[in-house]
Design a protein. Structure first.
Ligand SMILES: *Cc1c(COP(=O)(O)O)cnc(C)c1O
Length: 356
């Protein structure tokens, strides 16, 4: 599939070759145990649902094609990040993580991994980055959630390689359509597919992708022993949703680009943040939490919701989750509604919030 463009791969990757009478898209394979050969288990056949599921393999082939590596799907983005950290880090190791990225990554490092005597160093996504000498793993997130700062992935890959550290990139916000960290030199991608990748606000899923066979085998072993597999039905929904990823990103990006311009000229709004690698997301600040509440109440189309990248436009006041951002900081995720409807709705809701 690597000779095809991304939209084509989103539709076709992972699906079986045409067979007359078979469906274009196979249904989910629901199986805990499979029938075994009466003589005993034959390696290479499906035996049990935790290690083996055909629907999950279809999804993994599709995501792996898009990331340009081999993919393993997990039950959530957090499960994928946990798999990477548990596979790579040992007591006494040092890990670099973003100080301004997804809060649960920080919480996981500061609790479980600090307890396991791993030294955790927090660095802002935009840098400056310290020397990676003595570092085992550098985990970056670009663009970072929720501030949308970007990290210089290719340059960091070079410094990590020179220092003998692994570089991992959380590719949740960009998706592999807008950023391919493995091609930029990263060793491994981790991501939540709960957000834009699947984009219908109806499932949680995560994945890792890498070209390093040893790392892949380690994370596969962890998944099998840790048990954090996604269900066959969620894998099937995810593969189905992937078909429209390019279309969804195009519409979300068109609205997000226009919205960032609108927000920059609105007197109630400050600190507008937008990144070309996740153009459907716009972060900005209103003067207070009360202004955000008034904005959400006055809006018809913007749902108050966490997560992002869905078909519905939504906004989240990140301070309520403990992000170190001002109380009026909003991460807004553009859906696939008509751009003009979203701009009109947000503009009038901001005007109403300005009366607070
Ligand atoms: C949501 C998110 C995660 C965690 O994903 P879940 O699917 O919710 O477990 C990890 N990284 C980033 C950047 C996220 O936005």
């Amino acid at each position: 599939m690597t000779t095809f463009g991304d939209s084509t791969r989103c539709v076709h990757s992972g699906l079986p070759a045409p067979v007359p009478g078979e469906p274009l898209v196979p249904g989910p394979v629901f199986a805990a145990p499979y029938h075994l050969a009466v003589e005993g288990f034959e390696p290479g056949t499906d035996g049990y649902g935790r290690p083996d599921n055909a629907t999950r393999r279809i999804l993994e082939t599709a995501i792996g094609d898009l990331e340009d590596g081999s993919c393993l799907a997990f039950s959530s983005g957090q499960a994928a990040i946990t798999a990477l950290l548990m596979t790579v880090l040992r007591p006494g190791d040092k890990v670099v993580i973003p100080s301004d990225g997804y809060y649960n990554t920080r919480a996981l490092a500061a609790s479980t991994f600090a307890d396991l005597s791993v030294t955790v160093v927090e660095v802002p996504t935009a840098g400056p980055y310290p020397s990676f000498d003595g570092v085992r793993l550098v985990l970056i997130e670009s663009p970072a959630n929720p501030g949308l700062d970007e990290a210089p992935i290719a340059a960091l890959a070079e410094s990590a390689l020179a220092a003998g550290a692994l570089l991992a990139v959380d590719n949740t916000a960009a998706t592999p359509l807008l950023q391919k960290p493995l091609i930029l030199g990263a060793d491994v991608v981790v991501a939540s597919g709960t957000k834009a990748l699947t984009g219908h606000s109806d499932l949680l899923i995560g994945y890792v992708a890498t070209r390093d066979p040893e790392l892949l085998a380690g994370m596969q072993r962890w998944r099998n022993l840790g048990g954090a597999i996604p269900s066959a039905f969620d894998c099937w929904l995810a593969r189905r949703s992937l078909s429209t990823l390019a279309l969804r990103l195009r519409q979300q990006g068109a609205t997000g680009t226009a919205l960032s311009t609108l927000l920059r000229s609105h007197p109630l709004v400050s600190d507008v943040r937008w990144a070309a690698t996740a153009p459907g997301l716009v972060s900005f600040s209103l003067p207070s939490a009360a202004h955000v509440a008034a904005f959400l109440r006055a809006s018809t189309l913007v749902a108050a919701a966490t997560s992002f990248g869905g078909t519905h436009t939504s906004a989240d006041r990140r301070h309520q989750w403990g992000d170190t951002v001002p109380a009026g900081f909003v991460r807004l995720s553009c859906g696939i509604e008509d751009t003009s409807d979203i701009l009109t709705d947000i503009s009038s809701a901001l005007d109403a919030a300005a009366q607070v």
